[in-house]
Design a protein around this ligand. Structure first.
Ligand code: SF4
Length: 170
């Protein structure tokens, strides 16, 4: 039998990877309230192979659920850098996109993707479980097609991210 090409190997890896995603949810904001119904029997995210997990070192997804302030940004970066590749970041709720209703607060970071790469955003204040499931499916499609490449962008643009981080964290 012929050996698999690298491309075939990658396609199979991505297909399997998208059905086995361990998710660390870093609950920074009120939108986290919509996660329990998403995780439990009503919406049942486990049917897609997505399960909550407790340690960054074994997690594939970092879900940031809401506004991020200077203190939490520091922890988010530490958590993100402990995760192994390939890893994916989800910005959850309007606050993660642009600061939301806290956009002019002295302590709130308005754009999460200026500090770590975000693969998928989900808009809403707060996003409903139906929207969260749609977002998971979108992430799975990106993984399958090899387009969920935030972890590569972090390395390629490391100085950009580090400069932004230094500006707020010193
Ligand atoms: S987007 Fe809305 S629900 Fe989410 S953290 Fe901000 S204020 Fe809370």
């Amino acid at each position: 039998m012929d050996k698999m090409t690298e491309e075939q190997y990658r396609a199979i890896s991505n297909m399997l990877r998208k059905r086995s995603l361990w998710m660390l949810h870093y609950c920074t904001g009120c939108g986290a309230m919509e996660l329990p119904p998403t995780m439990t029997s009503r919406y049942d995210m486990e049917r897609f192979g997505i399960v909550p997990y407790v340690t960054p070192r074994q997690a594939d997804i970092l879900l940031v659920t809401g506004y991020v302030n200077v203190k939490t940004l520091k922890r988010i970066i530490t958590v993100y850098e402990q995760m192994l590749d390939p890893k994916y970041v989800i910005g959850f709720g309007s606050c993660a996109i642009n600061g939301g209703i806290y956009y002019d607060s002295y302590s709130v970071i308005n754009r999460l993707d200026a500090y770590i790469p975000v693969d998928v955003y989900i808009a809403g204040c707060m996003p409903r479980p139906e929207a969260i499931i749609t977002m998971f499916k979108h992430l799975m499609n990106l993984i399958d097609s090899g387009k969920a490449d935030g972890y590569k962008r972090y390395k390629q643009n490391y100085e950009f991210y580090k400069n932004n981080q230094r500006k707020v964290l010193g």
